[in-house]
Design a protein around this ligand. Structure first.
Ligand code: FE2
Length: 199
């Protein structure tokens, strides 16, 4: 079954001034679409084509012969998760059980934000910063290139793409400024709460 790119959950210009329509247009329309096209081309006419994207990611993550399938499939999945992690009405703070759990596991919401900023800023090269549920604990983790927390048994709650293509048109080399803008203004805490509740 081919993986079809889900619609962007907001208009391309909806995240301005924090992320421009130009960035979203290239990122969603070119980069994400290319990962999906490559993935579909690699799995078509193979037994993997009968499986879900999540199943193929899990299988290809532990098979070095399938590194191309893993890289493109995981990037297809990571980007869909990233679009949902952002919202024009985002930022601010979570509420309810997730807020209480963040305070319990990080000490405070501000400490969580600092940990996420540090992870996103210090991921060397391309990759992702994540809030995940690892067992019964919330953690901030970073992954390189296409790596994704589910292959480590962690459940993703939110992510920030820190590949240069996510911010270079708007922030050039200032990745920390992009990360701060996303955390303060765009993180979708409703999506995060759904992921936390379903864990
Ligand atoms: Fe990206």
């Amino acid at each position: 079954m081919a993986y079809h790119q889900p619609p962007l959950p907001f208009a391309e210009n909806a995240l301005e001034p924090y992320i421009s329509a130009k960035t979203i247009g290239f990122h969603y329309g070119k980069h994400h679409q290319a990962y999906i096209n490559n993935y579909n081309n690699l799995v078509v006419n193979t037994p993997l084509d009968a499986l879900s994207l999540e199943e193929v990611i899990s299988i290809s993550a532990v098979d070095s012969q399938k590194i191309g399938i893993f890289n493109n499939g995981a990037q297809a999945w990571n980007h869909t998760f990233y679009w949902n992690s952002l919202s024009p009405n985002g930022g601010g703070e979570p509420s309810g059980e997730l807020a209480a759990k963040i305070t319990q596991d990080f000490g405070s919401f501000d400490k969580f934000k600092e940990e996420l900023k540090t992870a996103a800023a210090t991921q060397f090269g391309s990759g992702w910063a994540w809030l995940v549920l690892d067992g019964t604990s919330l953690k901030v983790v970073k992954t390189g290139n296409a790596q994704t927390p589910s292959t480590n048994g962690q459940k993703p709650i939110l992510t920030i793409d820190v590949w240069e293509h996510a911010y270079y048109l708007d922030y050039q080399n200032r990745r920390p400024d992009y990360v701060a803008s996303v955390i303060d203004n765009l993180l979708n805490w409703e999506f995060a709460a759904e992921n936390f509740q379903s864990a």
